[in-house]
Structures are given as structure tokens and as C-alpha cells.
Write a protein that binds this ligand. Structure first.
Ligand SMILES: CC(C)(COP(=O)(O)OP(=O)(O)OC[C@H]1O[C@@H](n2cnc3c(N)ncnc32)[C@H](O)[C@@H]1OP(=O)(O)O)[C@@H](O)C(=O)NCCC(=O)NCCS
Length: 177
């Protein structure tokens, strides 16, 4: 399988729609989107709001790469340098977001390849550590990150709602050489 990446052009409506379909997939949505209010459980944003969010530019580096397996879009990863929501506010931190949107590609090694691309990109931005948040009810992702050398550094307790309960956001880090 040939895995390639492409920096997302937010004006590329076809690709953006693909990302939107993953983000709003009921199987994936709760794993990647925090729900801060009980009444917001199960709600998804409109495509217009999703698009507007991708056209905004923050005051820090923020990039999204689409992952292709043999030219088929299968997922994406995002990188933010030193965003305000870090657990450990250490300058030179790359914040990771990762979604393999096509679940047929889970367990195929695509996600691990994505992490290689991410680490290279993080080093390109002079990061010396990576931080991520993974919800308490996502053991698959926790195991995946641990396999790659990430360790837990703290928890944001009762961070997100799911099925009428609140769950922690587990923060993990990996130090880069
Ligand atoms: C998280 C994600 C990137 C991991 O990629 P992946 O290809 O599924 O990961 P892998 O299969 O290499 O590793 C997952 C491991 O967890 C194991 N696993 C699967 N289900 C599990 C469960 N319910 N409990 C514990 N471990 C589980 C797998 O067997 C595998 O371990 P192994 O390598 O020893 O067999 C991918 O599943 C994904 O994008 N999921 C949806 C979005 C998401 O959760 N993103 C992360 C948000 S922080």
C-alpha cells in the first residue's frame, strides 16, 4: 500500500466534504469531538460551519494533512504548534489530532505511517515534544499511542459527555530527539 499525504487546501470542497463525512460519522464523532454540555450530545455542526472553521487562521501554526492509501483518501492528521489548550505549556510542542476516517484501514499500519509523517512535520516546526488528548472511553487509540512511545502526563477530569456520562481527557506526550 502506498501511503501519501497532502496539505489540505480548505477551498478543495470535495476533500473537505470527505473530512466532514468522517467527523460526523456517528462511530468516529464521539472519539474526536469534545462535548462540553450534556444537551450537545449527538449534535453535529453544519458543513458551512465546518468549512468556516477550516478557513479561519489562528495566531499559531495550524495544518491539516490528508492521508491517501493508493490515492484513496482514508484519514487526516492535524498539527498545531503551541496552542493554548496544552496540558504542559512548554514552548516547542506540536499538538496532534489523528483520524483514520475509513475504518477498513484500522489495523493496517496506515495510522503508524501517519505518525511518522506527523513526527517529521513536528521536527520541521522545531518541536521537541508532541502532546495529544485521548478520551477515557477510547482504549484502541490509547493502546495505539502507547505502542508508539507516548506516556500519560495528566488528565482533564470529566472533560467530555458521552451516553449521559462525563469522561476524562487523557493527555499523553512523546519527547522528540
Ligand atoms: C486511533 C487510530 C488512529 C488507531 O489506528 P489503528 O490502525 O486502529 O491502530 P492499531 O490497530 O495499529 O492499534 C490499535 C491497537 O489497539 C487494539 N485494540 C483494538 N480495539 C481495542 C479495544 N477495544 N481495547 C483495547 N485495545 C484495542 C488493537 O488490537 C491494536 O493492538 P495490537 O497492535 O496489539 O493488535 C484509529 O483507530 C482511528 O483513527 N480511530 C478513530 C478516530 C480516533 O479514535 N482518533 C484518535 C483520537 S485521540
Amino acid at each position: 500500500m502506498n501511503i501519501t499525504t497532502e496539505l489540505l487546501d480548505p477551498h478543495n470542497e470535495a476533500l473537505l466534504k470527505k473530512l466532514f463525512s468522517w467527523e460526523t460519522d456517528p462511530k468516529i464523532h464521539p472519539l474526536i469531538t469534545p462535548v462540553f454540555k450534556e444537551e450537545d450530545q449527538g449534535k453535529v455542526v453544519s458543513f458551512e460551519k465546518f468549512k468556516a472553521r477550516h478557513l479561519e487562521s489562528g495566531n499559531y501554526t495550524s495544518e491539516i494533512f490528508v492521508l491517501f492509501a493508493d490515492n484513496i483518501p482514508v484519514g487526516n492528521f492535524s498539527l498545531m504548534m503551541d496552542p493554548g489548550h496544552l496540558f504542559l505549556k512548554e514552548k516547542g510542542t506540536a499538538w496532534l489530532g489523528l483520524t483514520i476516517g475509513e475504518s477498513d484501514y484500522w489495523g493496517t499500519g496506515v495510522a503508524a505511517r501517519a505518525m511518522e509523517f506527523f513526527e517529521k512535520r513536528a521536527l520541521h516546526h522545531k518541536a521537541h515534544r508532541i502532546e495529544l488528548g485521548v478520551f477515557e472511553f477510547n482504549p484502541r487509540a490509547q493502546k495505539f499511542y502507547k505502542k508508539l512511545g507516548f506516556v500519560e502526563i495528566g488528565r482533564l477530569e470529566k472533560f467530555t459527555w458521552k451516553d449521559g456520562q462525563r469522561f476524562d481527557d487523557i493527555r499523553m506526550e512523546k519527547r522528540l530527539n
